[in-house]
Design a protein around this ligand. Structure first.
Ligand code: PLP
Length: 429
């Protein structure tokens, strides 16, 4: 006999795209053989210079009397380590001139947890019985948000304008004509750079979204997991912004510390305090290790140097190589577009007229040991199934070594070509 789960339990334990993805990723990394081509998850690369820094910091912690004991044997306050928080506020003041103190900052157990807290703090069932939603002004958007509502679906999403920017390149733009902030919208949320597409919303788009949020008295949440000042995996010019009505989230994951589970929320004090309260209830305190490793580098500004001189150039080159491989392997015998690669760790590929769904393409590739993510997962909050585009895209990660990425892209090209061939000559297949 199985136990009955609550609505909350069903919502969170009922399976999700993000669970499948992280499961595939974790198993491929832990026990996948050399034949697995893991282009699916958001695993940042192991950059040798960056890992050397973590090693150096660990050695410093071990050498400093009492430092290891503080890191491993203490609970921090639920808001995060006070020195880490002060270091962050100082960095934002120095770098961007934002008027921030420790009261504006809270640490969470990874950025993912920050979103669970923020979405459920602001949206869902309200005290007066209304249900509020989070507005995604542009989908595709980060799959990790999709199942986070503790009492059901939380999102309303607006499809983008698609602008072809080159023979095989396109870019999504916010469709402001279709964007409406109705009374049931609790907040607007975007990732910048965007997971899955590598899109970076322009300064103009962000200014309009910020203005819209401010006029409606709601927050604009900007997910800065790949953004400035760290890890700064942004390949275009984009000004970081913060304001009283902006909630900015950051993470130590994509600079290379995903295992430490360190997320950061920068927001007006009432929101930062709510994050601390929620951390206390859900987890007592947050993991200390990432904070202990990164704090001196944040105080000294070394984290900016690593981001700008090592991490960013590494991914600029990875992106360039992946796009070059796509061009080589896909040729001109089927239609495809790559989203303009402006940041993050992914290429977003669009195959207009793909005769099979992207989910079927995923399954065919998985049989060959190539793991990508079917694009349809990223269009949550907008349920127009007749919009073919949502079944014509896929996300592939370009952080793995070059031969893995090349093999994966080659296989994608072969499978898309095969699908077209089968559709053109059904009798022969
Ligand atoms: N936001 C975006 C856009 C992401 O891509 C990720 C992870 O891939 C996260 C948030 C959460 O990252 P973490 O919980 O590791 O900080």
């Amino acid at each position: 006999m199985s136990y009955e789960f609550s609505n909350f339990g069903r919502q969170l334990a009922g399976g999700s795209g993000i669970e499948e993805l992280m499961d595939d990723l974790g198993h491929a990394l832990a026990s996948g053989g050399p034949d697995i081509c893991m282009l699916g998850g958001g695993q940042p690369a192991h950059i040798p210079e960056v890992n050397a820094l973590w090693r150096r910091r660990m050695e410093e912690v071990l050498a400093e009397p009492g430092a290891m004991e503080r890191m491993l044997a203490n609970y921090d306050p639920p808001r995060g380590n006070p020195k880490f928080i002060e270091a962050l506020a100082g960095l934002f003041r120095r770098e961007f001139g934002w008027p921030l103190g420790p009261e504006h900052v809270a640490v969470t157990s990874g950025g993912q947890t920050a979103f669970f807290f923020l979405f459920n703090l602001l949206a869902g069932e309200m005290p007066d019985g209304r249900r509020k939603k989070i507005l995604l002004p542009l989908v595709p958007e980060y799959i990790g948000y999709a199942n986070q509502g503790s009492c059901g679906d939380l999102f309303r999403a607006v499809p983008p304008k698609i602008e072809k920017t080159g023979p095989h390149e396109f870019k999504y733009r916010v469709d402001f004509d279709a964007l409406e902030v109705t009374g049931d919208i609790a907040a607007i949320c975007v990732s910048r750079p965007t997971n899955p597409t590598g899109n970076v919303l322009t300064d103009g788009e962000i200014a309009r979204l910020s203005d819209l949020a401010k006029r409606h008295g709601i927050p604009l949440i900007i997910d800065n997991a790949y953004g400035a000042p760290f890890p700064n995996i942004i390949f275009t010019e984009a000004a970081p912004v913060w304001d009283e009505h902006i909630i900015l989230t950051l993470s130590l994951s994509k600079i290379g510390l995903p295992g430490t589970r360190t997320g950061i929320v920068v927001a007006r004090p009432e929101i930062a305090a709510a994050m601390a309260s929620m951390s206390a209830v859900v987890g007592l305190a947050n993991p200390n290790i990432g904070q202990a490793i990164a704090r001196p580098m944040i105080e000294s500004g070394e984290i900016l140097k690593i981001s700008n001189e090592t991490v960013k150039p590494f991914y600029v080159e990875k992106s360039r190589l992946a796009r070059e491989r796509v061009q080589e392997c896909f040729g001109d015998d089927f239609e495809y577009y790559v989203h303009r690669s402006e940041g993050a760790l992914f290429l977003w590929l669009w195959f207009p007229g793909l005769p099979i769904t992207s989910q079927e393409l995923y399954e065919r590739l998985k049989k060959r040991g190539v793991l990508i993510i079917s694009g349809h997962y990223f269009f949550f909050g907008h349920d127009d199934e007749t919009w073919r585009h949502r079944h014509e895209c896929l996300r592939m990660t370009f952080t793995m070594d070059e031969s893995t990425v090349r093999r994966g892209i080659q296989a994608i090209g072969e499978e898309v070509r095969r699908a077209h061939r089968e559709a053109a000559e059904p009798a022969l297949t």
